[in-house]
Design a protein around this ligand. Structure first.
Ligand code: HEM
Length: 479
């Protein structure tokens, strides 16, 4: 595989407990990129391939604007050099469908930029391909079935109510991003790991996880630094700590024979029988992957949703009329709240937290009149597709009615893809949607959101879309 060479160079500075598929030193990495580019089996599709610091900066500050501009100029397939790295972008409904469904065998997740996460989360669903991925997916998918999730509603309600109680009757202005982030981590640690609210283990695991994830919020150039004291070294140390904590938890469950409904217990049980068994290392990487994938995505979605509701009082009133008095049970949460569904869907159209799907081309393919060669980095983007006026008229406007009127359902397949699509569609979609709905139902029963005076939304794009400076929201008691 041409592209595999890039991320597979063993890094002698890496501890042996980590997988070797990680970026090597800065110089080795740049050399590997150049070698991979020279080995491409055909020229990249047309686009902007000169080196440009300005473009690199714009990609960090306004990726949506840059990619929409290139789409208008070059069409659905174009190339962009981002600092030294040449990338191919495929935009639109057909492109989304191709990279997630019909053409997915041409591409690898692990060898694309998703592989950057391996040093923290290891070899889980997000960073593996082929049989290794499919076997784990077969085991994990049932944990997120509707029936299995019904058992998680009570604990979600308890966690949300505790977080609301901590706000008190007149919370004033709250950074809703920070508040939800802590809450979502608590829900994940309880739902995924079965750790009760008062367990010290939960605090340690949560703190280490946040500290490890902090690496990906650093400026890109500081992420390239290596050596003692670098963000990289701190992240590697946190990974080691997380693995030790999770191993300890797995051993404890085995010793005490404690079986629960949480994801970790189910994976341990699945690891004890059957041909598809997972080793302890695999279990550890899978739970870290779920924690990563399910934590910031739901947090950002709740924040963006409250932001839009605060700016659209009419939508807020419609929603309150629907949810006031609605039971917080499975019937309502899964199927019974169409306006809430529409508000959530429109929020995910405007701000799909996992906004791009990075891949590496394994075998060349032709798309929309261009050849995309083996070895190239290629990505689809739901965010950019969701802002195309030919698919979503008035694309910048927050209009939940699009989802109620059936207009979105009539769009071509692939047009709306906040959870990806195909066999690798987000495995935690139901969990995430359920969690977001429980948070909203409980929060909006007590408070009306209003944006803090002078607040202007800035969006950070990595590792997922989130409000750049947090989100100060005034929570006004409803009665
Ligand atoms: C609003 C919340 C969420 C959004 C918008 C979201 C979005 C996505 C997207 C777009 C993908 C596919 C990426 C691609 O094609 O490259 C994905 C995959 C994934 N998501 Fe989510 N996600 C959310 C919540 C969750 C939650 C709560 C969990 C776990 C508890 C989770 C776990 C995963 C995993 C493990 C994958 C990889 C699946 C595979 O490759 O088989 N996600 N998610």
């Amino acid at each position: 595989m041409v592209g595999g060479e890039f991320l597979s160079e063993p890094d002698p500075s890496m501890p042996e407990t980590l997988p070797v598929h990680v970026p090597a030193t800065t110089v080795a990495r740049l050399r590997a990129e150049a070698r991979t580019e020279r080995a491409l089996s055909a020229p990249l599709p047309p686009g902007e391939l000169s080196f440009s610091l300005r473009r690199g900066r714009r990609m960090l500050e306004d990726p949506l604007g840059l990619l929409l501009h290139c789409h208008r100029r070059y069409g659905p397939v174009f190339s962009l050099r981002l600092l030294t790295l040449p990338t191919v972008w495929m935009i639109g409904a057909e492109a989304n469908h191709f990279l997630t469904v019909s053409g997915r065998d041409h591409v690898s997740w692990r060898d694309g930029l998703m592989g950057e996460m391996i040093p923290l989360i290891g070899d889980g669903l997000l960073t593996t391909d082929g049989e290794a991925h499919d076997r784990a997916r077969r085991l994990i998918q049932p944990v997120f079935s509707r029936r299995a999730l019904e058992g998680q509603i009570t604990l979600m309600v308890q966690e949300v109510d505790a977080a609301l109680a901590a706000l008190g009757p007149t919370p004033g202005t709250v950074d809703i991003y920070a508040w939800t982030r802590r809450l979502a981590l608590g829900i994940a640690l309880r739902g995924l790991f079965g750790l009760p609210a008062d367990a010290a283990r939960r605090e340690r695991l949560g703190d280490s996880f946040e500290a490890g994830l902090g690496f990906f919020y650093h400026q890109q150039w500081t992420q390239m630094l290596r050596g003692p004291g670098s963000p990289w070294a701190r992240m590697v140390a946190q990974r080691r700590r997380l693995v030790a904590l999770i191993d300890e938890e797995i051993a404890r469950r085995r010793r005490e024979g404690a079986a629960g409904e949480d994801v970790l217990s189910r994976l341990i049980a699945a690891g004890e029988a059957g041909a598809d068994r997972l080793s302890d290392t695999e279990i550890c990487d899978q739970v870290l992957t779920l924690l990563f994938a399910g934590h910031d995505t739901t947090t950002s979605t709740v924040s963006f949703l409250l932001y839009e509701l605060a700016r659209h009082p009419r939508e807020l009133e419609h929603l309150l009329a629907e949810i006031d008095g609605a039971p917080c049970g499975p019937e309502a949460l899964f199927d019974g709240l169409p306006h809430l569904e529409a508000v959530l869907a429109e929020t995910l159209r405007l701000y799909p937290a996992a906004w791009w799907g990075p891949r590496r081309v394994r075998t060349s393919f032709d798309f929309a009149g261009h050849t995309v060669p083996a070895g190239a980095m290629v990505q689809y983007s739901s965010w950019v597709t969701h802002r195309l006026p030919e698919l979503f008229p008035d694309p910048e406007a927050f209009l939940p009615d699009r989802f109620l009127s059936g207009a979105v359902a009539a769009l071509p397949v692939g047009a709306y893809a906040p959870f990806g699509a195909g066999p690798r569609i987000c495995v935690g979609k139901r969990f995430g949607e359920l969690e977001i709905k429980v948070i909203l139902l409980r929060l909006l029963a007590r408070y009306r959101p209003e944006l803090a005076a002078g607040y202007r939304l800035g969006i950070r794009q990595a590792p997922t879309l989130s409000p750049r400076e947090g989100m100060p929201v005034r929570l006004l008691p409803r009665d």
